[in-house]
Design a binder for this molecule. Structure first.
Ligand code: ZN
Length: 646
């Protein structure tokens, strides 16, 4: 037997600087639907997703929370995996850039590219904020100042390694314009890449830093850490075992058939990634698909007051994961942004899923039970009146297959539902309830119901990649079996058993009372205004040990003064019950120093010392956000310094 053909499809790896939201869902959902279809078509599929876990933002978030970066990402990654499981995403491999095998690949690749002369050492120049120890690009600055602390920044430079991206312009242009390959979809992006990036001349790419330490160490130069894209993009081959011993699938699956991503990272995938592979002398991925964004309400903002709450966990729980999957894939036109609103989704569920599909199934099954006790007779009378429906069904599988695998789900699904509408019309044309009154018309009645059941079978197969939980429920009701629900069998007319037995099942998609449901969601997620302005979203669950590791105490303020040249920082001497210590806090705008002296405050006393404005801070005074400022958390005089807070 010939070996199965392989198919490798990837989502981007997501940056876990916050919890996953509906914006993360589309790429993953699209890949899952394609992967499922390819598996049904008999391919040996590798579908990968993962998380890009290094970098400054994560380092800082973790620092703010007082946990290690790894502990921080572990929690968020658990939430990503929980979302994918909730949404029925069947990935084959989940890569984390903190995984040992990935680190190995990146280090080996970096060494090889250095030895081969594609990576060289030079200087990274940028804007530097000394207290924050951070480099910023011009575009990251806020009013020309540090976006984190608002202080002045200075020109600075540090040693860094660079990849010779500038050498690859002509080859990348040739790749993007190759009419055989159609490397990048949508094609509208090709000119943008060429005119905006390649023609003006590609800049060499910074691939290591010394100031960002949460990263993969460069093996041959201590203090250097691999920076962003060389780490992140490499996931697509590290997870197959390229230059590592953990996996052994590189020969089998590479090059990838499809890299799928949202539009903002198309540039990195269509220029930097192929250039890395060209430098390594490895084959290039076959296709890159950049889809639009899911946007919300006016100007893309979520409007909680309009009941526009988009927590995918809540949507899946209340309306079913298949309804959400269907809605997102049906709504997004490839290449364009897709506005999302709960109202639209409810309308879509009611019209397509409850009315058209749900009714077709329930009416047909009910009639088969009513007129034939659920088991169709073998004797049937087919007529020319059946041809139109059958021909539409015959044309469907090829069209759906082609649209799905080119990310045109919207077109493919619209076509499936036009055939579902055709089947509903077929009921009205043939009026089974009239045929049932005439005993001599039984064979015709049997043929009409059989045509309908078989039509349902064929559309349910084609919908299975998008609605993997619904199709099996339909198969059960219409008496379809494993053999007549394969992808290929969707092309076969009348594959259901001639004497098929149907079973009444639950309603597939209950109708939604749109107004009432929007109100319910509003109750679940009150508009922000009602709760107070600009509350930060809640952080993900954390382990009890993370809390227990913090030592929280009451401390008494012995002295307090402003820090010179800082409009933000106050310097405290506090009594922690065991001795005196110095601590800094960024609350100078909200308190006069003398007002704080003598107060008993809440403090984390076991944070590692930090330097701010050249002064050491031993701990963190706790404050609560209050209006536009902060208030310290304080106790009355009866609380002794050093008292444990738990
Ligand atoms: Zn700063």
């Amino acid at each position: 037997m010939a070996e199965k053909k392989t198919f490798y499809i990837t989502t981007p790896i997501y940056y876990p600087s916050g919890n996953p939201h509906i914006g993360h869902c589309y790429s993953t959902l699209a890949c899952d639907a394609i992967a499922r279809m390819k598996r049904m078509q008999g391919y040996d599929v590798m579908f990968s997703t993962g998380t890009d876990e290094h970098g400054q933002k994560i380092e800082k978030k973790a620092q703010e929370l007082g946990v290690t970066p790894k502990a921080y990402v572990d929690d968020i990654v658990a939430n990503f995996k929980r979302l994918w499981s909730t949404m029925g995403i069947q990935y084959d491999r989940y890569v984390r850039t903190t995984d040992d095998y990935h680190i190995k690949t990146v280090q080996n690749m970096f060494e090889k590219l250095y030895k081969d002369g594609y990576i060289y050492k030079s200087e990274y120049k940028g804007k530097y904020c000394t207290p924050c120890e951070s480099f910023w690009t011009e575009s990251q600055l806020v009013d020309g100042k540090c976006p984190d602390c608002g202080r002045e920044v200075t020109e600075a430079s540090e040693e860094a390694y660079f990849f010779k991206l500038s050498e690859f312009g002509p080859r990348l242009k040739e790749l993007l314009l190759d009419p055989e390959k159609n490397f990048l979809e949508p094609k509208s992006r090709v000119n943008e890449m060429i005119n905006n990036f390649i023609e003006p001349g590609l800049q060499d790419l910074c691939v290591s830093r010394t100031s960002v330490k949460w990263g993969i160490p460069v093996t041959f130069d201590k203090g250097h850490y691999v920076y962003v894209w060389m780490d992140a993009l490499t996931n697509y081959i590290s997870l197959l075992g390229f230059m590592n011993d953990t996996y052994d699938d590189y020969e089998k699956y590479w090059p990838a058939d499809m890299h799928v991503m949202a539009k903002e990272i198309v540039r990195f995938h269509s220029l930097i990634w192929p250039a890395f592979l060209m430098a390594l002398g490895e084959p290039l991925p076959k296709k890159i698909y950049g889809h639009g964004w899911i946007t919300f309400g006016d100007g893309g903002k979520m409007s909680k007051s309009k009941g526009n709450v988009i927590d995918p966990f809540v949507l899946c729980e209340r309306y079913g994961v298949d309804a959400l999957r269907y809605h997102l894939l049906r709504e997004m036109v490839f290449g364009s942004d897709c506005p999302y609103s709960n109202e639209q989704m409810f309308a879509r569920i009611n019209s397509d899923l409850a009315n058209d599909l749900g009714n077709l199934v329930s009416r047909t099954v009910a009639m088969a039970i009513k007129y034939f006790d659920g088991k169709l007779p073998v004797e049937k009378e087919f007529t020319d009146a059946d041809n139109d429906l059958l021909e539409q069904l015959d044309a469907l599988p090829a069209f759906v297959g082609e649209t799905f695998e080119t990310m045109r789900f919207s077109e493919g699904l619209a076509k499936i539902f036009s055939v579902i509408a055709r089947a509903n019309k077929y009921i009205d044309e043939n009026e089974p309830w009239k045929l049932a009154k005439d005993d001599s018309a039984k064979p015709r009645l049997a043929a009409v119901l059989y045509n309908l059941l078989d039509a349902i079978r064929r559309v349910a197969i084609l919908l299975a990649p998008v609605m993997p939980h619904t199709s099996p429920k339909i198969y059960e009701q219409i008496g379809a079996t494993e053999e007549n629900t394969t992808w290929d069998s969707a092309s076969v007319r009348h594959a259901l058993a001639a004497d098929v037995t149907v079973t009444k099942g639950d309603v597939l998609f209950p109708r939604i009372d749109i107004e009432k449901e929007v109100e319910e969601l509003n109750k679940l997620f009150p508009a922000k205004e009602e709760k107070g302005k600009d509350l930060e979203p809640l952080k993900p669950l954390t382990k009890f040990d993370n809390f227990a590791a913090l030592d929280l105490r009451a401390v008494k303020v012995l002295s307090c003064e402003k820090v010179e040249k800082s409009d933000k920082l106050l310097k405290f001497k506090v009594d922690d019950g065991f001795g005196e210590r110095q601590v800094l806090s960024g609350i100078a705008k909200y308190y006069k120093p003398e007002d704080l002296i003598g107060k008993t405050l809440a403090m984390i006393v076991n944070l590692e010392p930090r330097k701010m404005m050249g002064l050491e801070s031993n701990g963190m005074i706790l404050s609560v956000k209050y209006g536009d400022g902060y208030r310290v958390v304080e106790f009355d005089d009866s609380v002794l310094p050093g008292s444990d807070i738990s």
